[in-house]
Write a protein of this length. Structure first.
Length: 450
């Protein structure tokens, strides 16, 4: 009788909404009987929560291009700062959330972090109704939207812990791809909400300087019902996982590993470029080409860059690919450098109107190879650390958290420097990363073949 009761309690402990005390995914019997089903259920809810968090994080990238038309008199530099500030807060929070990996990513954390994003969106929706809203208020709202970026690290840590080591890499890659898809989704869907009457009673048409009516508050309000629904699903269907001390030790230990910092440099070049240009690309189009021809619209073309980058990320990180992760990373840095040079040559300047289509193709190339490299560096990281799955997960969390500062660095530099200067600086950095990758990971006899 006691055995039956014990088994009954064990089965009940894995039901939706409960805290799980016993989680051993490395045990084949446990994984086949219980683990795979419970992990899939939790991951299916965590994925849309991560997508929405990334969408909120990058919401300002598409909102700023409509501010001038809605009557806000901000300069081009001020608009770039509004896209940079969420990158700063998001990356900083990601560092903190990485350390909280053992206690983050479960039911309570996912539900609470998702619901927390409703506040900044309500404030943003109300603020953009009035063109007299002070600029410092807009900066504060942008900083709060960066909370969505911080959720990425916690969500990744939670999903990685669900799976056995042999499956955690592929699961993490799928989860990351769904999350970063939120960047493209917000740039496409927010544009539709702004320029159509969806949710019109909540965000009626604001002032505009020529062109069609704008429902600018909809850029924020349309996400709130989805956040409420996802937070409710997370609370009802996910599980909490009791942390183990072993998970708390790894983030501190990886600071002493040389390859932690070398791979972080590579991640800063790949994911940092992806998220940085994702934040800046709409405003970059709007300040360089749209004044020359309104048909070259940020709302029409900007989302294509992040979308291409997300697809390439899956290709670069695909387990079992014939080309090693290190060689794929070499190609990505060479491709980013060449694509950036193409974009520079096609930009307007010195009385020349530039070539929009060539510039757009150049930036698509940057996104393509940045996404490819983001996937391949994660695959490379798994190869470098071999069977040390927890160490690899900790390094991945730390390196991607630092790489997220690219979301601040690139837009902020565009607020201070001409785009051509920034691109040439990045070309130099890509060359440095290419050399590091070849010497330590890709050449014959490399110290840590990846």
């Amino acid at each position: 009788m006691s055995t039956l009761l014990s088994r009954g309690r064990r089965r009940d402990s894995y039901r939706p909404g409960t805290a799980i005390q016993h989680w051993t995914p490395e045990d084949p019997g446990f994984w086949a009987a219980t683990g795979a089903r419970v992990a899939a259920r939790n991951a299916r809810i965590a994925a849309p929560a991560l997508l929405l968090a990334c969408a909120v994080w990058q919401l300002w990238s598409v909102t700023v291009v409509q501010l001038d038309r809605a009557g806000f008199g901000y300069s081009g530099s001020q608009r770039f700062w509004l896209t940079a500030v969420p990158g700063l807060t998001g990356a900083t929070l990601r560092l903190g959330y990485t350390l909280l990996g053992p206690v983050a990513g479960g039911r309570r954390w996912t539900a609470a972090s998702t619901a927390l994003l409703i506040g900044p969106l309500l404030w943003l929706g109300l603020a953009v109704r009035d063109p007299a809203t002070p600029y410092p208020v807009m900066v504060a709202i942008a900083a709060l939207c960066g909370i969505g970026g911080g959720s990425f690290a916690a969500s990744m840590a939670g999903v990685a812990r669900l799976y056995p080591g042999r499956l955690s890499g592929a699961a993490s890659l799928r989860h990351a791809a769904v999350g970063t898809l939120g960047v493209a989704a917000v740039q496409l869907l927010a544009t539709i909400a702004i320029t159509t009457g969806i949710l019109a009673p909540a965000g009626g048409p604001g002032e505009r300087r020529g062109g069609p009516e704008l429902w600018l508050p909809n850029s924020a309000f349309r996400w709130i019902p989805l956040l409420v629904l996802t937070a409710g699903l997370a609370w009802s269907l996910m599980n909490d996982f009791v942390p183990r001390a072993a998970w708390l030790e790894k983030p501190r230990a990886v600071y002493r590993l040389k390859h932690t910092w070398l791979l972080t440099l590579l991640q800063l070049g790949t994911f940092g470029s992806f998220i940085g240009f994702a934040a800046a690309f709409p405003n970059l189009i709007d300040t360089t080409f749209t004044p020359l021809d309104p048909a070259w619209s940020a709302t029409r073309y900007a989302w294509t860059g992040p979308f291409v980058g997300v697809l390439a990320q899956w290709l670069g990180g695909r387990p079992g690919a014939r080309m090693s992760g290190a060689r794929c990373t070499l190609i990505s840095f060479a491709g980013m450098a060449l694509a950036a040079i193409v974009a520079v040559r096609a930009l307007p300047g010195d009385g020349d109107g530039g070539n929009f289509w060539l510039c757009w193709a150049g930036f698509l190339g940057v996104f393509l190879f940045a996404g490819l490299g983001n996937g391949s560096t994660l695959r490379q990281l798994r190869a470098v650390f071999g069977g040390r799955h927890r160490t690899a997960s900790a390094v991945a969390g730390l390196s991607t958290a630092i790489a997220a500062y690219g979301g601040f660095f690139i837009p902020s530099m565009l607020a201070l420097l001409p785009i051509t200067d920034l691109l040439y600086v990045l070309v130099g950095y890509y060359a440095l990363c290419l050399g590091i990758c070849w010497w330590y990971y890709a050449r014959e006899g490399a110290q840590a073949p990846g």
